[in-house]
Design a protein around this ligand. Sequence first.
Ligand code: BTN
Length: 269
Amino acid sequence: MSSFPAPPPFDLTAVSTALGPLASAFSLRWLETCASTNAELMTHTPADDGQVHVLIAGAQTAGRGRRGRQWQSWPGHSLTFSALWRFDPGVPAPAGLSLVVGLALAITLEKLGVHGVQLKWPNDVLVHGRKLAGILIELLPGRGPTPAAVIGIGINLQLPPDVSIPEQAGVTDLAAELGTPPRQETMLAAVLGELHKLLDTYAAAGFDALRGAWQQRNAFAGLPVRISGEGKDITGICLGADEDGALLIRTDHEVSRILSGEVSLRPVT
Ligand code: BTN
């Protein structure tokens, strides 16, 4: 699977050091290999001890992508992790959550010096139109008014030179965007810090408080798009995200709210 030499062991202490005072908010665990960090946290959910539990995998044998797809990664050259985030009772249902997570990743990348970061609804992170990171959010069942979510993130640090990923067409990596990719540990700490900040805002004020920042990075703002994968395709102009995270599309007759589906650019005919 990998044309790279075996990576060095993951340094959890380096992540805590980089997190600084925020380190106590997180419980970090690394597995050399597992099927999927999302699946692992969904089936063996840690008890609520007030910390955010983060599981990092050196390698995943069955990485999950959105809409039943696979997620491919390379040991030491991709960052793959999931975080179990619990929300206080009474916070809004996590409708805009996946957009907020995408925004946190985008801001992290910008702070690292990556140019041309954009977001494709609901949460693909693109750089110059190519996918650099993917997010898969799964809600834990039976949590009643206290929603809990497993937030899974895969980031391409440095893909093998001969990479061909049919289900992840049009990809890029941080090596291509920055010259040298950051260490996994540095990247993880930066993402967790940004997630912590934005999810605090989201819990207190909902997606609407972050909507403007998301809209600024909307890859398809004002462009003709097609929404597929949910019955009949819908075409129209992408207006951006609604106050709860739904996608707004202006069709011939109305403005439609899209809650799920795959967005692609529609060639002008
Ligand atoms: C997508 O864009 O389709 C979402 C990809 C999400 C991949 C990450 S890697 C860590 C976590 N564990 C998984 O099995 N999937 C997510």
